[in-house]
Design a protein. Structure first.
Length: 130
């Protein structure tokens, strides 16, 4: 695979990694799993158990595990076709996926801010109307 194809694959494969990582660590569908993991992370007596449950509450940490799964499924390598390519592609995928998640987080904050401003304007408009 030539370098351009590898970069395209890098940018594309980081999308599902970011999507899965964000969904598990932020969205309501996994809130019970996340709350259980947070309790275990904080109150488990064993260091191993605390560390085992930590990634479910951290998108950066969780993206490493998702990346390992994606690399196992796709056999994607970057720059080298041996074990070095897996290591480089793994860290590159995590990095790009976390850039995507950061941009998505900023976008969500901006959207939430706009909604609040719109709601406030509607409330003020309705108050003046009465």
């Amino acid at each position: 695979m030539n370098l351009l194809d590898q970069i395209v694959w890098l940018l594309v494969l980081a999308i599902p990694i970011a999507c899965i990582s964000w969904t598990v660590t932020h969205e309501e569908i996994f809130i019970e799993v996340r709350e259980f993991s947070i309790r275990k992370k904080k109150y488990a007596k064993s260091l191993f158990i605390r560390k085992l449950f930590y990634p479910v509450s951290c998108e950066y940490c969780f993206s490493h595990y998702v990346t390992i799964l994606v690399l196992f499924i796709t056999h994607y390598t970057l720059l080298f076709s041996d074990w070095r390519g897996y290591i480089i592609s793994g860290f590159a995928l995590v990095w790009i996926a976390n850039i995507y998640m950061s941009l998505f987080g900023l976008l969500r904050v901006d959207i939430r801010k706009q909604r609040l401003e719109t709601d406030e304007e509607e409330f003020e408009f309705n108050q003046k109307k009465q």
